[in-house]
Design a protein around this ligand. Sequence first.
Ligand SMILES: C[S@@+](CC[C@H](N)C(=O)[O-])C[C@H]1O[C@@H](n2cnc3c(N)ncnc32)[C@H](O)[C@@H]1O
Length: 290
Amino acid sequence: MQLRLLAGIHRIVLRGDAPELADFYPSVGGTADRSAVWPALEPVLRAHVPELRAALEVAPQTNGVGRSVALLVGLSEAVRRTGLRRVRLLEPGASAGLNLLVDHFRFEGDGWSAGPVTASFVLKGCAAPGFVPADFEVVARRGCDLDPFDGTTDEGAAHLRSFIWPHMPERDGRLVAALTTLREHPVTIDRAGAADWVREQLASSEHGSDDVLTVVWHSITRQYWPAAECASMIAAIDEARSRLPVVRVALEDPDPLPTTSTWRPQVEVDDDVIGHCTYHGPPLTLVPAH
Ligand SMILES: C[S@@+](CC[C@H](N)C(=O)[O-])C[C@H]1O[C@@H](n2cnc3c(N)ncnc32)[C@H](O)[C@@H]1O
């Protein structure tokens, strides 16, 4: 509830309706001491009661575009393993689907780079020394989410931005750049649960040919799925393998979650772990031999 309330307040700040409170929000350039925020915050709460009550109905949802570096690395591995470079991307739990635009993003790592030099969204600090990006072409892309936001609308974009915490302006900058890309290249996100949707998409013959690699990609969403949903999606993918080339790529925590304080989410390519990065993406570390 408190996260929903804070996001509702953040939306008011982002649209410029609380200039005195904005001084405390790094996301709009504020630098004031946060511990002194209350006198500026209280009048904003009082002035926007109906809007903030409505905000309590909207569950937090982050579309973390820094996570696309894990997709790039996993996708490159999938392309190398299969020898197929034409890719159909399917993303369950996609939020607004921003990471489906991976081929429109630019990545800069230690000794390598990938993606168009003209990209609006440039992800710096990807690290992963020794990584060699594969050459691939995304021929189709589609996602699903239980509650997708349409990032091409002002309202959808405002919701997505409001869930980036205000003291993390770098993440907000990435999101804004990726939203620009989304407006130029909209993607379809179906309102659906992960497993049934993946099964339906894999059953569809569209783009499901022998020379197109289907990549089922998901990031920081599995932890919210019922266990049966996860097992059902894996079963759907395994069943499809006899009919078409398909690889699962993910950035997720394993279950159970390791208890070490240095734990970072893992990049999975089918049953293999090929790297690790933070919950928001860079820097990425490759597991030796990948
Ligand atoms: C933390 S967000 C991550 C979004 C996106 N994958 C990313 O990495 O930016 C988790 C998303 O999973 C979605 N979600 C949760 N349970 C789901 C399910 N059973 N099926 C489909 N989507 C689900 C939520 O609505 C939310 O958008």
